[in-house]
Write a protein that binds this ligand. Structure first.
Ligand code: GDP
Length: 352
C-alpha cells in the first residue's frame, strides 16, 4: 500500500508553522472528481465545489513518494510528482466567502493507494492518475481491438502492487467466438483473476459489472476502443460519455483526448474512466519483487535452487519453470514474467 510521505526530506506538514491541525480537522471534507489547469471539482455533501489549492499545500506536499521499506533518497529525488492532488483524493477545503460552491483545498488526507503513470518527458516523473481506489476493472475487448496478454498482465501487476482488487472485463462478446473467451480464461483462471465477459451493445454482463461498483470507488482502465465509455453509459444512462470510433485500418481505438473524470454513481460509489491511458506505471517495483505479483507464482518465491536470486530463465532447478512444465503456470504468463523482468532489470541494472 502506498502512502504519500512528506517525511523523506525531514519535512512534514505538522512541522510547517502555518499548518494548524485542529483548524484543518474542522474544515469540510470532499472527494476530488476532476482536475483541470489548477482547478479541482470536489464532491462534498451532494454538492460540487470548484476549488483552487492553497499555495502552501502545493509547496509542502510536492515531495517524492516512496515505499517505507525503500527510502533511498538518491533514487527518490529523481522521481517527482506533478501535482499534490489527484482525482479520488479526500481533501479538506475552506469554503469561498463570496461565491457559493467555491473553495480552497487546504489538506489532502493520507491515501490508501494510488494508480500512476509516467508523465511524458525524459525524467521519470510520476503522475498520479487516481487515489483511494477500491476496485480496478481492466477492460479489454475480445475483438476490435484484440486483447494483448502482455498489457493485461501489466495492469494486473500494477493493481496487485497497490493492493487493489482487479477484475478482467472482456467486452464485445458479440464479436467473439467461445474459443476466444476460452483462450483467455485458460490463462487467467490459473492466475486466480476474476473474469467478467460483457457486451455493451446487448447489455450482457452489465448488471454484474454495475453490482461490483456499488458503494465503491471503481476505475476503468484499458486501451482505447475496448468499450469503457460504452459500458459506463450503459451502467448509468445519462452520463453521455463520448464513444470513440474504431479505426478501420488498424482495428484499434482512436485516441480521444478527454481528460480524467470521476462520476458519482446513482446507486452509491464513484467511477473513474481513464481515457487514453494504455499502461499504468510499475512505480518503484524491483525485479526480485515481480514474481510476488503473479499470484500463481508467488508461493514459489524463494523455492528455486538459487532462491530469490533465480532469474527464472536458464537457471537449473527453477520452481517457476517446473510450474510451467506441470501446467500450474500458463506459458503466456511465464513469458510475460520474463519480459517484464528484463525491462525492470534494464531500469535498475542487473542485481545478480
Ligand atoms: P473506450 O475508448 O474504451 O471508451 O471505447 P468506446 O466505448 O468509445 O467504444 C469504442 C467502439 O467500440 C465504439 O464504436 C463502440 O460503439 C464500440 N463498442 C463498445 N462496446 C461494444 C460491444 O460490446 N460490442 C460491439 N460490437 N461494439 C462495441
Amino acid at each position: 500500500m502506498t502512502l504519500i510521505t512528506t517525511e523523506v526530506f525531514g519535512l512534514s506538514e505538522s512541522r510547517d508553522p502555518h499548518f494548524d491541525e485542529t483548524k484543518i480537522k474542522n474544515l469540510p471534507l470532499g472527494r476530488v472528481l476532476e482536475k483541470q489547469r489548477g482547478e479541482y471539482r470536489v464532491f462534498s455533501n451532494e454538492n460540487e465545489i470548484l476549488c483552487g489549492i492553497r499555495s502552501r499545500l502545493r509547496k509542502s506536499l510536492i515531495y517524492p513518494q516512496s515505499r517505507e521499506r525503500r527510502q533511498s533518497v538518491d533514487e527518490i529525488r529523481s522521481i517527482l510528482q506533478i501535482d499534490p492532488v489527484a482525482v479520488g483524493d479526500i481533501v479538506r477545503f475552506t469554503p469561498g466567502e463570496n461565491e457559493e460552491n467555491t473553495g480552497v483545498i487546504e489538506h489532502v488526507e493520507q491515501r490508501r493507494n494510488q494508480l500512476s503513470r509516467r508523465a511524458s518527458g525524459l525524467k521519470p516523473v510520476e503522475s498520479v492518475i487516481c487515489a483511494n481506489v477500491d476496485i480496478l476493472f481492466i477492460v479489454f475487448s475480445l475483438k476490435k481491438p484484440v486483447p494483448k496478454p502482455g498489457m493485461i498482465d501489466r495492469f494486473l501487476i500494477a493493481a496487485n502492487w497497490e493492493d487493489i482488487p482487479a477484475v478482467l472485463v472482456l467486452n464485445k462478446t458479440d464479436l467473439a467466438n467461445e474459443s476466444d473467451l476460452d483462450n483467455l480464461r485458460n490463462i487467467y483462471n490459473l492466475a486466480g483473476c476474476k473474469i467478467l465477459p460483457t457486451c455493451a451493445l446487448t447489455g450482457d454482463g452489465v448488471p454484474e459489472l454495475k453490482n461490483l461498483m456499488v458503494n465503491k470507488t471503481s476505475v476503468l482502465a484499458g486501451p482505447s476502443g475496448t468499450g469503457k465509455s460504452s459500458l459506463l453509459n450503459k451502467i448509468q444512462p445519462g452520463l453521455g460519455l463520448k464513444v470513440s470510433e474504431i479505426s478501420k485500418a488498424s482495428g484499434k481505438g482512436k485516441h480521444t483526448t478527454a481528460h480524467l473524470q470521476a462520476f458519482p454513481l446513482k446507486d452509491g460509489g464513484m467511477v473513474l474512466d481513464t481515457p487514453g491511458i494504455k499502461q499504468l506505471a510499475l512505480w518503484n517495483l524491483e525485479p526480485d519483487e515481480l514474481i510476488t505479483l503473479f499470484p500463481e507464482m508467488e508461493p514459489l518465491a524463494g523455492k528455486c535452487k538459487f532462491g530469490l536470486s533465480c532469474g527464472h530463465n536458464t537457471e537449473p532447478g527453477c520452481a517457476v519453470k517446473k510450474g510451467v512444465d506441470d501446467g500450474s503456470i500458463h506459458p503466456a504468463r511465464y513469458k510475460n514474467l520474463l519480459r517484464i523482468y528484463g525491462e525492470l532489470e534494464e531500469l535498475y541494472g542487473p542485481q545478480y
